[in-house]
Design a protein around this ligand. Structure first.
Ligand code: DNO
Length: 346
């Protein structure tokens, strides 16, 4: 296991020099944030970021994410050109030696919360989600600029997209994902890049849009779409863990045994009701994610890939990008390494 940390590039208020001081963190997870979705990621920009990471004494471990253009998810005719451009970006990251690509196939909305700073009893704030609050969100004004998302849509663009998706159901979305992966996975394999799909967060349909990567069965179905070692998953415990039906240690074992967990996102969530949760400190007892059992399963299957602490709370007065402050994620990184060490055969 390699401990990694997400960094939002030169504009991230958290400098690489601080990330380097978190014990045990050796890898950086990042993306190019100034390339429009669908455009090719220039080699030179990737190299520039790679050099910054190298100079800080860290390694460029994962690209998270090259966003998949909505036309690909919608199966529009322009998808062939967009897939070719996607492949160019994949080849460029492969040429730089970045081995893992995290991406997602969620229509329009990436990870979604209804409160970005819910005050917790200890005075910290955490991201939370409540299906009832979601139903009150007014989409007629667009998505707004949501943190951690690759895209924001104004009212008109959002309405057009929602209308386009009204004819795409879950099975069609699967077909479009298969079409994409059949073309991308073999090329990624040749480029030395492992594709790691991120589960849908939360793992159920929102705003009437189909969401398909929501369970261990969905992971298996995805892997079966294209038989290539480059076709794998990001096991995000916080995303799948919001649904109590998802048995995370069993999923880690099933997918890990097939060698297809290419990236780990470790986050805890406390389920507070039906389709309602808030994010919680990483240690198991603060939420519903049995982190120890998940890591034990990973150890058993010989997981050697990158892992990152996912979202943290805001603690110690820190202000920053929701979910992506320094302190609580750093605590998560050390907790996870403690667990990992404790599970080491003596
Ligand atoms: C949220 C992240 C996601 C993730 C994408 C991957 O914090 O885990 O935004 O980066 O879904 O494509």
């Amino acid at each position: 296991m390699q401990m990694t940390f997400r960094w939002f590039g030169p504009d991230d208020p958290i400098p690489l020099e601080h990330i380097r001081q978190i014990p045990g963190v050796t890898g950086i997870v990042t993306a190019l944030y100034d390339v429009a979705i669908g455009d090719v990621w220039p080699k030179s920009s990737l190299e520039r970021i790679g050099e910054m990471i190298d100079r800080a004494g860290l390694g460029f471990a994962v690209v998270e994410s090259i966003a998949v253009h909505e036309d690909i998810k919608l199966g529009r005719p322009s998808r062939d050109r967009l897939i070719d451009q996607y492949l160019e970006s994949v080849r460029n990251m492969g040429a730089l030696g970045v081995p893992v690509l995290c991406y997602n196939f969620m229509p329009i909305f990436d990870w979604t919360r209804t409160d970005l700073a819910e005050v917790q009893p200890d005075g910290s704030t955490a991201l939370s989600y409540d299906d009832a609050a979601l139903s009150r969100i007014d989409l007629s004004r667009g998505t707004g600029d949501l943190p951690g998302w690759s895209a924001a849509y104004d009212a008109e663009a959002l309405q057009a997209l929602l209308a386009a998706y009204s004819t795409v159901d879950a099975e069609q979305l699967w077909e479009h994902l298969a079409y994409f992966l059949e073309r991308v996975a073999p090329e990624a394999e040749r480029a030395g890049v492992r594709m790691a799909i991120h589960p849908d967060d939360p793992p159920w349909s929102i705003f009437g849009l189909p969401r398909i990567i929501t369970s261990g069965d969905a992971f298996e179905r995805l892997i079966d779409l294209v038989d290539s070692p480059a076709n794998g998953v990001t096991l995000c415990t916080g995303s799948l863990g919001a649904n109590p039906d998802n048995d995370l240690p069993a999923i880690a074992r099933r997918i890990g045994e097939r060698g297809r967990i290419h990236f780990m996102h470790c986050r805890n969530v406390a389920i507070t009701g039906e389709r309602q949760f808030h994010e919680a400190p990483h240690p198991s007892r603060f939420g519903n994610v049995p982190m120890r059992d998940v890591l034990a399963a990973l150890r058993d299957v010989g997981f050697t890939g990158p892992m990152r602490p996912d979202h943290g709370r805001m603690i110690w007065g820190e202000r920053g990008r929701p979910g992506y402050g320094l302190h609580d994620r750093a605590l998560g990184a050390t907790y996870l390494q403690g667990l990992w060490e404790g599970l080491e055969p003596r």
